[in-house]
Design a protein around this ligand. Structure first.
Ligand code: GMT
Length: 381
């Protein structure tokens, strides 16, 4: 198949899923064309079967707001025609599904079919799509898609409830490449690698996100401060975004800045995650929680919040611990309990890796997308 993929190329879960999907599809022999305003960040160095088409957006003095969605629609139609795409797969409903709809119409007017699939990721439904000014157009984009997938059952139900959508939506969960995201098997090699981040007797807690308010990164620092009172430990924060300075300020205010490391945006998180003992994901809301899945694949359980689609990923008490949003005291106590009970922690680490392999491995989930595309194309024929 020749598949066009559009996503937000910067740091964020939907862009990561779209990029990893493109990489996996190309590895299966499909031809993948990314169409976006810049190259998706995890695409660096990948080329076999993968093409990237930039969307140029002209900024005339008249345009107070450059019309990216129109430039995107135009580029989608061009790429589909020049490279004989079979279908488009857009990630994040706004504005991508509407641009794809326009591209489909542009080609239809010339007698050419271009079906498109929309994957709903989270804030496109839970935050942005509920903004009154975006709701009607988001609903229209979803309704008019040839196929719609959601990354969790929670998000699917939320879309039915809040958007009054009357069409089938298929749940295809987030996935992880278990050969790329994997533990460091050799204990001595892992201990050696951990020295990059912490002293031998220190536990490593990690947080990975885009530091948006919904991630509650400040809570990660609060949890760590409580843990660090009882146990030698380091907090490693991977990523960047609007709440970074608030988290940095808090670390300084609490006097723990020398044990809190802000690494900023990192390309190879698969090399960092296996070094952690626990992941902290204290989010206000997660439709799935890709960071926790990537950590689980690396044998790192998460201390997370019982929100959205997280309980579909984390089996409470077995592959991680779940708490109420904002209950930093309970999250710190949960982390300490595991760090002090190494047998239980090791059991949970093994269970986390096993769950990632058995339920969310790319080899299981990516074929679900391929089958979904085949159904769309068959219906379209
Ligand atoms: O809010 C973000 O972290 C980014 C957002 C996105 O769409 O880029 O992430 C969402 O998509 C991820 C990949 O499907 C999910 O794993 C995240 O749970 C989801 N984030 C939220 O629902 C807040």
């Amino acid at each position: 198949m020749r598949i066009g993929i559009t996503c937000y190329p910067t740091y964020g879960g939907s862009g990561v899923v779209a990029t990893e999907l493109g990489i996996e599809l190309a590895a299966l022999g499909h031809e993948v064309h990314f169409i976006s305003y810049s190259q998706p960040f995890r695409l660096n160095g990948r080329s076999e079967g993968i093409y990237y088409h930039e969307v140029p957006v002209s900024n005339y003095p008249l345009f107070e707001f450059p019309p990216y969605d129109l430039a995107l629609a135009s580029r989608m139609a061009e790429v589909a025609e020049y490279y004989s795409l079979d279908l488009l797969h857009v990630h994040y409903a706004i504005p991508h599904s509407v641009s794809a709809l326009l591209a489909r119409q542009m080609l239809a007017s010339r007698g050419r079919r271009l079906p498109f699939v929309t994957t709903l990721h989270g804030t496109d439904i839970t935050l942005v799509g509920l903004d009154r000014s975006y709701l009607p157009i988001t609903r229209y984009g979803i309704q008019e898609s040839d196929g719609v997938t959601s990354i969790s059952n929670y998000l699917k139900e939320k879309t039915f409830q809040d958007f009054d959508v009357v069409r089938p939506i298929e749940t295809i969960t987030n996935f992880v490449n278990c050969d790329v995201y994997m533990p460091i098997k050799d204990a001595a090699a892992r201990a050696e690698a951990r020295l990059r981040l912490a002293k031998p007797d220190e536990a490593i807690l990690m947080h990975l996100s885009n530091f948006r308010p919904v991630k509650r990164v400040v809570d990660a620092v609060k949890i760590f401060a409580r843990v660090a009172k009882e146990q030698p430990a380091r907090l490693v924060l991977v990523g960047d975004g609007p709440d970074r300075s608030a988290a940095e300020w808090l670390a300084h205010d609490l006097g723990i800045q020398c044990r809190v490391h802000f690494l900023g945006k990192q390309e190879r998180v698969n090399e960092l995650l296996p070094l952690a003992d626990l992941l902290l994901m204290p989010s206000e809301l997660e439709s799935f929680g890709l960071a926790a899945l990537e950590a689980m694949a690396c044998k790192v359980p998460a201390i997370a919040t019982r929100v959205g689609g997280v309980p579909e990923l984390i089996d409470e008490g077995t592959t991680g611990l779940l708490f109420e949003v904002g209950d930093v005291g309970a999250m710190a106590a949960g982390a300490l309990e595991l760090l002090h009970d190494r047998t239980r922690l090791e059991e949970m680490r093994k269970a986390a890796r096993k769950a990632a392999q058995k339920r969310f491995c790319a080899t299981l989930v990516v074929p679900q997308y391929v089958r979904f595309y085949e159904q769309i194309l068959a219906a379209d024929a």
